[in-house]
Design a protein around this ligand. Structure first.
Ligand code: HEM
Length: 378
């Protein structure tokens, strides 16, 4: 039997590949990756949560059998790719800065930034990615970390290139943040990097790799979510109007997160012992890909799973992952999105695409799905 190649191509830019839905019906199967390896693909909501909740599945790409997304993926690692005590120690050092309550304190800054960016959108058409979707999360994470926003062209480019697999960009970004860490060792400021520098449980190397992870995770994901979420709303104008006119933004944001599952191409793991998942016994050393995008469209959990319903409740999607690696920045991402969409729709009630969807370039091969540019007018 020949295994289907993974990842499969999307046919519709805002929907996961149709094959994932077929596999979800037939059960766990092996797929073939770029390097010829054949890990298991897990697609139902229950199986995806079971894999992500089970610590016997490792996130460490240096283990044999790990289903790498590309050559040398994860050579230099941050804690998103660590297991056990190392992961716990680094995550613990950040948890108190990303609670819902702590993040809520950033609301005035986010509102003020949103308004400033919207004020600057005084010519049409405009590319929503460069004018709004990217600068908002970038400015916020810079403020939090203490990274000068004036360097944004550099770190936005290197982050994007790193996500596409360029080792040189990683070196550039690590060098940049290592220099910044040195500066904060000499002159601590009131920011997160300075706080981490002063934490005895962390080495300098830890602090640099944590800063790289936060800087990338903090803007690429939310930026693509703002752009693709806006595109989705423009394709569902009556729901966009409801959100503009006061529908609960928190509920709407959960639904856009579920439907789009922008961190696509699967959460990657490798079994450290024999583990049964559903009908299949996954052997120690075998790779597993947990497809959150397929799980989020599982019709046994989500009614009309392929449609947008900004009032959907409950909505326990797995867009932020599940288990010990569940997204640390989710309160921040949620707050930014809850402010960003309604503010945009209210400022420009006649907002519409200034291109056809066929003309847009989607980032199909990057682990964070997105759109290169989103021309809009009003
Ligand atoms: C819509 C926006 C976002 C999405 C969809 C998202 C998604 C995810 C997912 C799926 C994971 C789990 C990875 C795994 O299981 O292997 C994750 C982890 C992580 N995310 Fe996010 N993220 C978003 C925004 C953010 C933001 C704004 C930050 C930081 C400020 C952030 C920081 C992190 C960190 C540090 C981890 C690693 C957690 C760990 O391994 O313990 N993310 N994110």
């Amino acid at each position: 039997m020949t295994e289907p190649a993974f990842p499969m191509p999307r046919r519709c830019p805002l929907d996961p590949p149709a094959e994932l839905g077929q596999i979800r019906e037939t059960g766990i199967t092996r797929v073939r990756l770029w390097d010829g390896s054949t890990p298991w693909l897990v697609t139902t909501y229950a199986d995806v949560r079971a894999v992500l909740a089970d610590r016997r599945f490792s996130s460490d790409p240096s283990r044999p059998g790990f289903p790498a997304s590309r050559p040398h993926a994860g050579k230099a690692r941050s804690f998103i790719r660590m297991d056990g005590a190392d992961h716990a120690r680094q995550r613990k050092a950040l948890i108190s800065d990303f609670t819902v309550r702590r993040v809520e304190a950033l609301r005035p800054l986010i509102v003020e930034t949103v308004n400033r960016l919207l004020d600057a959108m005084d010519r049409r058409p405009v590319d929503l990615v460069t004018a709004y979707a990217l600068p908002l999360p970038s400015l916020v994470i810079c403020h939090l970390l203490g990274v000068p926003y004036s360097d944004h062209e550099f770190f936005q480019r290197t982050s994007r290139e790193m996500l596409s697999g360029s080792g040189d960009s990683r070196r550039e970004l690590v060098g940049y943040l290592a220099a910044l860490v040195t500066k904060k060792q000499a002159e601590p400021a009131d920011d997160l990097i300075s706080k981490l520098v002063g934490n005895d449980a962390l080495s300098r190397r830890d602090v640099v790799s944590m800063s790289v992870l936060l800087l990338i995770a903090g803007h690429e994901t939310t930026a693509n979510m703002i752009a693709l979420g806006t595109l989705t709303l423009l394709q569902n104008p009556s729901q966009a109007a409801e959100l503009r006119d006061g529908a609960d933004p928190a509920t709407a944001v959960e639904e856009l997160l579920r439907l789009l599952t922008i961190v696509h191409l699967g959460r990657r793991r490798v079994a450290t012992e024999d583990i049964r998942v559903g009908e299949v016994l996954i052997r120690a050393g075998e790779g597993v890909i947990a497809a959150a995008d397929a799980a989020n469209r599982d019709p046994s959990v989500f009614e009309n799973a392929d449609s947008l319903d900004i009032h959907r409740r409950p909505n326990h999607h797995v867009t932020f992952g599940f288990g010990v690696h569940q997204c640390l920045g989710q309160p921040l991402a949620r707050l930014e999105l809850q402010i960003a969409y309604p503010a945009l729709l209210r400022r420009f009630p006649t907002l519409r695409l200034a291109a056809s969807v066929d003309e847009l370039t989607f980032r199909t091969t990057m682990p964070v799905y997105g759109v290169d540019a989103l021309p809009v007018t009003w």
